[in-house]
Design a protein around this ligand. Sequence first.
Ligand code: ATP
Ligand code: MG
Ligand code: FE
Length: 334
Amino acid sequence: NWILAIESSCDETSAAVIENGEVILSNIVASQIKSHMRFGGVVPEIASRHHVEQITLIIEEAMEEANVTYEDLSAVAVTEGPGLVGALLIGVNAAKAVAFAHNLPLIAVNHMAGHIYSNKFVHSMKFPLLALVVSGGHTELVYMAEDGSYEIIGETRDDAAGEAYDKIGRVLGLPYPGGKIIDEMAHKGKDVYNFPRAMLKEDNYDFSFSGLKSSFINKVHNAEQKGEELNANDLAASFQASVIEVLVTKTLRAVKEYDVNQLLLAGGVAANKGLREALSDVMAKEAPEVELVIPPLSLCGDNAAMIGAAGFVEFNKQQFAGYDLNAKPGLLLG
Ligand code: ATP
Ligand code: MG
Ligand code: FE
């Protein structure tokens, strides 16, 4: 069984061919970051234009690298949402065109489900499980009783973790997206500024990162006004320490309350070295009976392989979309 998967929700054009929902035969990712960098963020119109230019080439490359023909395919899976509407539409229409031309069923995939299923390439999933999804647009704790079932037990009330990283990156004058660079800087600095740990003590699984972002910005601006020099690595380390402490503490609390077999980490911020280490340490010490699964760096960011893995679940249930499938920019999980 081979599925062609397509992802175009934000600023990566990607196509992959997946065997039996768990083996990656190809996973081509064309990033547009260079084109958006000078604007300090993703410009939707530019994203759509790049997707249009790239999508056919990327699909062909994925098919070639996997060494399969369209006749070999069992289905075409595509991200239907959430994401930028113009960007999503390019992938959705490309998927429809391939499915229609080769008489293949079409599978609509939630991008966040895709992030979670990137873990399937590391380990088989053992339900019930919890997933901590941390990305550019989302920060969610998701309970999964079984394949394809999602219950959001906690989420951010304001900024997503990745969004907070990118916003303070701008304040530090770093190129977009700042997350990866701040992570590197954090490892050279110390948590000396002791920024707030929002909602840590509250009896829920929600998060908030906008207060942390404001404290950070105030600290930098006040220092500028007084002509004080702040150490950028210490600022990064202090910011990162706050993000990680909140994410790890609340996730551990959820792991202890819900009787789960696994904890999966997912999303672009899952690439964060500090978070990966802190979560591994805490889980080994506090919940050794729960298996922690962390995707390889190559599968943390947006890619089509994860869409193929999540799409395979729908394929098994024979849950197909019609050729009238539309982009759903605000699609929720579950
Ligand atoms: P969503 O998945 O919510 O729709 P998205 O697809 O734009 O949003 P991803 O591609 O999953 O987001 O992740 C991108 C985010 O990950 C960016 O905010 C980026 O700064 C962040 N990121 C990447 N690497 C790291 C890192 N090492 N540390 C912290 N953040 C990181
Ligand atoms: Mg991206
Ligand atoms: Fe994403």
